[in-house]
Design a protein around this ligand. Sequence first.
Ligand code: 4HQ
Length: 232
Amino acid sequence: MVEAALREGVVGRAIERGLLDVAIHDLRNFTADRHRSVDDVPYGGGPGMVMKPEPIFKALDAIEARRGGRPTVLLTTPQGARFTQAAAERYSSRPNVVLLCGRYEGVDERVLSRVDEEVSIGDYVLSGGELPALVVIDAVARFVPGVVGDDQSVAEDSFSRGLLDFPHYTRPAVVGAERVPDVLLSGNHAEIRRWRKRESLARTLARRPELLESAALDDEERAILEELKRLV
Ligand code: 4HQ
């Protein structure tokens, strides 16, 4: 599943072009028993299985030896800190990042001695850490220079600005009863910029007001926001 996903889209192309190097390690290759077990029953009893520590330690040792340096080790778990655009940017400058993906009920607690950060992609339960790992890879890769064609579009991405995105339209100008806002057809670029700022701020205020506390707003944006707040 991970291999197939990494062949697609922006990330797939970045790997092809050598901008990213992603290696997948199967923990079963770091087992010693006949059944190549990566999980075992929980001490204390109860349902489900727990990921054994030794295959994980051996895999991390092998990765460290091969890459020549201690990688940043991330564990995907609902117990982690929420993964954000800021975290993606932070990880993008690390020379090596390991995404440790658990299955079953999770990993033996002693594995945390080798983990730098626990990251959650949201408050829901998945059946494994592979999809969260792919989410992290995608968001991190976008910050690696050259991965996204247009650097400007990365800088202007809604969450990099700390605000929700403004509405987008393409041709045709009229679909049934629905028209593209006149300002976007006006050719007045100063007006268009101001309209987009206002739409971004209005949406953020309505849907995710908590984002406004940490958004880096310029003078014009602060003025528009004050006006929007007076209107509600
Ligand atoms: N899991 N964000 C359980 C997640 C998850 C999430 C990953 C399920 C690890 C053992 N990870 N395994 N949500 O639900 O990161």
